[in-house]
Design a protein around this ligand. Structure first.
Ligand code: GLC
Length: 459
C-alpha cells in the first residue's frame, strides 16, 4: 500500500496531465467562437499614415460675402434667402485648378480634401439631382470639381472628398436652422426616405465620377447611425473599392480619428489620426479674418503632429473667383521650403520618443534606426542634448544639408548601466529658419533606457 502522501502526488500529477491535455485540445480548436479580431486595416492605411500632410479646401458661395460657411444662416445671422443670393456672385473666373494642385504639391502635402458639398447643400460638381450646384446655379457655370480632381491626380496626389451628411437647404432634410426644424423622422418617415434617396444618389454620383481615395464626412451629430444608415453608406462606398478610406465622422465608424482645431496634448491612442485646422480662424474665405498663424506656428503644429504620429490637414479657403488668398499661398510656400528640405524626417516617419529623452519633438525612421530631432530655437551654447539612449550614435548630421556634427557623451561610467547624456554641437550656420532637424544614425534599432534610478551598484 502506498503511503497517503504518494497517492496525493500521483493524483496531482494526473490532474496536471489532464490539464495539459485540455490545454492542448483547446489550442487545437478552430477559433470560430473567438471574438472577431479588430479589422486590420494597416495595409490600406499605409499611404495615409505615410502622407503626414494634407490640404483641406473649403470652397463655396460663402466666400462671396466672406461669412461663416453654412453656419451663418443656420445660426440665423443672415436669412437663408440672402445666404443663397451669394451664388449670384460665385464666378470662379480666376479658378486655375492646375495651379491649386501645383501649390498643394509644392507645400509638401500628399493629399487634398475638398468640400464637394458643405451643409448649405451647394455642390461643386454637376449633381444630376437638379439640386443647387455650381454649374446650374452660379455664374461659374461649370462643374468645378472634375478639373481639380484631374489636376490632383496629375500631380500624383491622393483625392479626398468632404461630404456633408446634413443638407440644410434640401426641402426634405429635417433641420433648417438652429431654431427651425422641418419635421421629425418619426412623424414623417417618408420624407426622410426621400432625403436618403437623394443623399445616396449624390454619393453614387461622386463615387462614379471621382472614385475618391478618401471620404471625409461631416455633420453626423445631427442623426444616429441608424437614421443615416451608416451601414448602407459603408456598403455603398466599399463596393468595388475595399481600400477606400473613411474619416471617423460617420458616427464613429470610420478608419481614423479627426480631432478638430484642438491640438492633442498627449499622443492619441488611435492608430491613425488627422488634426484638421484653419490657418486663420475660418474654414472658408473671410476677408475680415486676418488672424493668420505665422508659418513658424503652422510648422510648430505640424511638427507636433509628426512627433505624435498623426497627420495635419491644413485648411485653405479660396475666394469666390477661385483665387487662393495671398496669405494662404505664402504659408503653403513656406511649408514647402521646409518640407522639401526635411522630407526624410517627415514622410513615412513614426512617432518620436518621450520628452524625458529629448526635450523636444522627434520622429523615427521606419526601421527605427535613425532618430530625428527637431530643434526650434537656436541652442543657447550651440548644443542640444539627449539622454537615456542605449545605442551608440554612429553619425549625427543636419537633415537636408548633410553636414556632420560632433558629439560628446558625459556621465557614462564603467560601473553603472546609465547610457549618459550626449551633447551634439550645432553651429549657428546650420540653423534653419523654422526648425533645424538633426538625424542620428544609431547602431541598431533604438533602445531607450527605462530602468528606475537606484543606489550605486558597484564602485
Ligand atoms: C465642422 C463645421 C464645418 C467645417 C468642419 C471642418 O464640423 O461644421 O463648418 O467644415 O468642421 O472640420
Amino acid at each position: 500500500m502506498k503511503p497517503p502522501i504518494l497517492n496525493l502526488v500521483i493524483m496531482l500529477r494526473k490532474d496536471r496531465i489532464l490539464l495539459l491535455c485540455l490545454c492542448f485540445l483547446f489550442l487545437q480548436l478552430p477559433a470560430q467562437n473567438a471574438e472577431p479580431s479588430s479589422t486590420d486595416n494597416s495595409a490600406k492605411m499605409e499611404w495615409f499614415a505615410n502622407a503626414k500632410l494634407g490640404i483641406f479646401i473649403h470652397w463655396g458661395i460663402y466666400a462671396v460675402n466672406g461669412i461663416p460657411e453654412s453656419w451663418s444662416f443656420f445660426n440665423e445671422t443672415i436669412s437663408h434667402e440672402d445666404y443663397l443670393k451669394q451664388a449670384d456672385a460665385f464666378t470662379a473666373k480666376n479658378y486655375r485648378p492646375q495651379d491649386w494642385a501645383a501649390l498643394i504639391r509644392e507645400s509638401g502635402a500628399q493629399y487634398a480634401v475638398i468640400t464637394s458639398k458643405h451643409h448649405d447643400g451647394f455642390a461643386l460638381w454637376d449633381s444630376k439631382d437638379k439640386v443647387f450646384n455650381a454649374k446650374r446655379h452660379s455664374p461659374a457655370g461649370r462643374d468645378l470639381l472634375t478639373p481639380f480632381v484631374e489636376a490632383l491626380r496629375e500631380e500624383d496626389l491622393k483625392v479626398g472628398l468632404y461630404y456633408s451628411l446634413p443638407d440644410w437647404s434640401f426641402e426634405d432634410y429635417t433641420d433648417f436652422t438652429r431654431i427651425q426644424k422641418r419635421y421629425a423622422i418619426e412623424e414623417e418617415p417618408k420624407r426622410w426616405k426621400a432625403f436618403q434617396k437623394y443623399m445616396n444618389a449624390q454619393l453614387v454620383e461622386l463615387k462614379k465620377a471621382f472614385d475618391p481615395d478618401l471620404w471625409w464626412f461631416d455633420g453626423d451629430w445631427e442623426h444616429t447611425a441608424e437614421e443615416w444608415d451608416v451601414a448602407g453608406i459603408r456598403e455603398l462606398l466599399f463596393k468595388d473599392r475595399p481600400d477606400v478610406i473613411l474619416n471617423s465622422r460617420l458616427n464613429g465608424q470610420g478608419d481614423y480619428e479627426t480631432p478638430e482645431i484642438g491640438v492633442p496634448v498627449y499622443k492619441p491612442q488611435a492608430d491613425f489620426w488627422e488634426l484638421c485646422v484653419t490657418m486663420n480662424d475660418s474654414w472658408g474665405y473671410q476677408q475680415n479674418d486676418r488672424n493668420y498663424k505665422s508659418s513658424q506656428q503652422i510648422i510648430d503644429l505640424f511638427v507636433d503632429c509628426l512627433h505624435k504620429g498623426g497627420n495635419l490637414l491644413l485648411d485653405i479657403g479660396p475666394k469666390a473667383d477661385g483665387s487662393i488668398p495671398e496669405a494662404q499661398q505664402e504659408i503653403l510656400k513656406d511649408l514647402g521650403r521646409w518640407t522639401s528640405k526635411h522630407k526624410e524626417a517627415i514622410y513615412g516617419s513614426k512617432s518620436g520618443i518621450p520628452f524625458e529623452h529629448f526635450m523636444g519633438p522627434t520622429t523615427l525612421s521606419p526601421d527605427n534606426r535613425t532618430l530625428y530631432v527637431f530643434v526650434r530655437d537656436v541652442p543657447k551654447d550651440g548644443k542640444i542634448f539627449l539622454k537615456g539612449i542605449n545605442n551608440k550614435i554612429h553619425r549625427a548630421y543636419v537633415v537636408g544639408r548633410g553636414t556632420l556634427l560632433t558629439q560628446k557623451t558625459f556621465y557614462k561610467v564603467y560601473w553603472n548601466k546609465y547610457p549618459g547624456v550626449t551633447y551634439i554641437d550645432i553651429p549657428e550656420s546650420e540653423i534653419d529658419e523654422e526648425y533645424t532637424v538633426i538625424g542620428l544614425v544609431l547602431d541598431g534599432e533604438i533602445s531607450l533606457f527605462k530602468e528606475e534610478t537606484g543606489a550605486v551598484e558597484s564602485n
